[in-house]
Design a protein around this ligand. Sequence first.
Ligand SMILES: [Zn+2]
Length: 216
Amino acid sequence: MAAKKAVILLSGGLDSTTTLYYAKAKGYDCYCLLFDYGQRHKKELKAAAKLAKLNKCEYTTVKILLPWSKSALTDTTVKIPANTRNIGKKIPATYVPARNTIFLSFAASYAESIGARKIFIGANALDYSGYPDCRPDYIKAYEKAVNLGTKSGVSGKKLKIETPLIKLTKAKIIRLGKKLGVPYHFTWSCYQGGKTPCGICESCLLRKKGFEDICR
Ligand SMILES: [Zn+2]
């Protein structure tokens, strides 16, 4: 029997890569969806493509424009926050307006077209940056909306959005990933696109803390 199909939102970072390996371990035939949405660097996308190829997964890069976005991730004139004090307390400058809603909509369209019943997203509500579109309530509500608004959803072939990391700490995600054989050295988390990770942006700090915590 052919493997069940799943669409994986793959950014090339730690969380989405762990999610890809999780879906693979669950026996899914994974179709990766990558987004070029005008990020300030392409390192993450390159990492995502490499990881998809490494896993012999089909992957598609969707290029979208968000010219109105004033996020620090898409607008080089906005400074990327570089401290741990405010992580999770307020929505940071790296927030991209309605990003997961946009990504999930593309994923739902892709899934419906190839007959996949699952979308995997590495959203995380614990060691996260305070993004409202990473919360379980949002994911549930979006899943409901998409099933109301698609042919497959109204004909009984409901789509499910899987968030295996949603309640895990960074350390727990890394522990899970290590068990699944995730090559973390190929992933890219840094918001900056330098030769090596900057070590001071929120994403670098959360990643660093996760690796330190698993040693405790
Ligand atoms: Zn960084």
